[in-house]
Design a protein around this ligand. Structure first.
Ligand SMILES: NC(=O)c1ccc[n+]([C@@H]2O[C@H](COP(=O)([O-])OP(=O)(O)OC[C@H]3O[C@@H](n4cnc5c(N)ncnc54)[C@H](O)[C@@H]3O)[C@@H](O)[C@H]2O)c1
Length: 361
């Protein structure tokens, strides 16, 4: 199944397949041509996929770049070490980088591709659910800075995204559920059809049933692609809808401490908060309340390492890089499958939501 991302001369295909690793080198050459390549991955994936990577390397002859595993390594130092290896290998501007991993590997590799010799092409081969439905598509690349997450980076679209859902077989359950947050989120922004799909199909997806999972991934990629096509550089607000639940999630990650809670886990709680706030400020129409009640029963909320302090969460929201000039921006649900960006929500309503969602935790 091919989903096209239409961005003029930066257009590219997203190929969603199941268990087709043997065909990857040929498809890569078909789409990108025969070129000198470097594959970036991390130590965990290299260990798990040694045989697959070995056979790809035999066919494609790439330079292998292996970084440490974890968000704490998504740094300027790691990014520089990738560039050092590419330079030492004397790759030129015809080089093609291949990111084989989750969002961390994808973001670093994309940013290395954006900067190496002022920009070379790259391909995303996402191996987590989160990277398949979110991070690998859309061209946002970058690394973290001591001042905050993703503060240094570039928009740089890949030339191909190769999503092989077979990789999910080795993904730890906790990571799968965290990635599912970005699928579930699409119920609120992907139209009535996506709302119904999540409502009906969520058990099968979470149980890892192959057909349901492939459907969920394809549908989610389409939602992301539509937003990226409409607002590639996040200027018009259309792409901002993808941040459903994220204003709360970013604050939760900061307060709980990065590493103690996964991004997707925070997004699941953020979804609960956005829905509560939407009801409170009246963005959810009266007649849609039952539909939201039914859907929210299915939200797989993970346990939190402690009870977050609503006041601290609110302060963390205000200091988020996306809270421009102290104005908080929320994506709130309206009709099922549709949401709206609001920057007129008062502190009282937000505090009430934080108290209601985290009060009993
Ligand atoms: N660029 C974007 O648009 C965008 C969007 C969302 C998130 N992100 C970024 O993505 C990152 C999070 O991505 P993530 O959730 O994929 O985390 P991750 O890349 O850290 O991967 C999670 C863990 O799973 C392991 N793993 C990956 N694939 C595996 C597999 N198939 N089998 C077994 N283990 C596997 C990794 O080694 C890692 O330990 C964050 O840095 C976030 O900022 C970027």
């Amino acid at each position: 199944m091919e989903i096209r991302v239409n961005l003029g001369e930066r257009s590219y295909p997203v190929l969603v397949v199941h268990d087709e690793a043997v065909h990857f080198p040929a498809r890569l050459r078909e789409v990108c041509g025969a070129r000198p390549c470097a594959l970036v991955t991390n130590v965990t994936l290299e260990r798990l996929y040694e045989r697959q990577l070995g056979s790809w390397q035999a066919e494609l002859g790439f330079v292998r770049v292996v970084i440490e595993d974890g968000e704490q390594h998504k740094t300027i130092a790691t990014w520089q070490s990738v560039l050092d290896t590419l330079l030492a290998a004397r790759l030129d501007r015809s080089a093609l980088l291949i990111a084989f991993g989750g969002g961390v590997v994808g973001d670093i590799t994309g940013f290395a591709a954006a900067a190496f010799l002022r920009g070379v092409d790259y391909v995303q081969v996402p191996t987590t659910l989160l990277a398949m439905v979110d991070a690998s598509v859309g061209g946002k690349t970058g690394v973290d800075h001591p001042m905050g997450k993703n503060l240094v980076g570039a928009f740089h679209q890949p030339s191909l995204v190769w999503v092989d859902t077979a990789a999910l077989a080795t993904l730890p359950r906790r990571q799968l559920v965290a990635g599912y947050a970005e699928v579930f989120k699409n119920a609120f922004i992907g139209g009535a059809d996506m709302f119904a799909f999540i409502n009906q199909g969520h058990r099968a997806v979470l149980a890892g049933e192959a057909d349901a999972m492939v459907q969920a991934i394809q549908r989610s990629i389409r939602v992301k692609v539509a937003a990226v096509e409409a607002d590639e550089h996040e200027r018009s607000g259309r792409r901002a809808l993808l941040n459903f639940g994220h204003t709360f999630a970013h604050a939760l990650e900061r307060c709980m401490g990065y590493g103690s809670i996964l991004h997707g886990e925070a997004v699941l709680w953020g979804i609960a908060c956005a829905c509560d706030l939407g009801r409170r400020v009246g963005s959810v129409p009266e007649q849609a309340r039952t539909a939201y009640d039914e859907l929210l029963l299915k939200l797989p909320l993970p346990p939190l390492p402690g009870r977050p302090d609503p006041q601290k969460l609110y302060e963390a929201m205000l200091s988020d890089k996306k809270a421009r000039g102290g104005t908080l921006r929320f994506v709130l649900p309206t009709e099922p499958g549709t949401s709206v960006v609001r920057d007129d929500i008062g502190q009282e309503a937000v505090m009430a939501t934080l108290g209601a969602v985290f009060g009993g935790n």
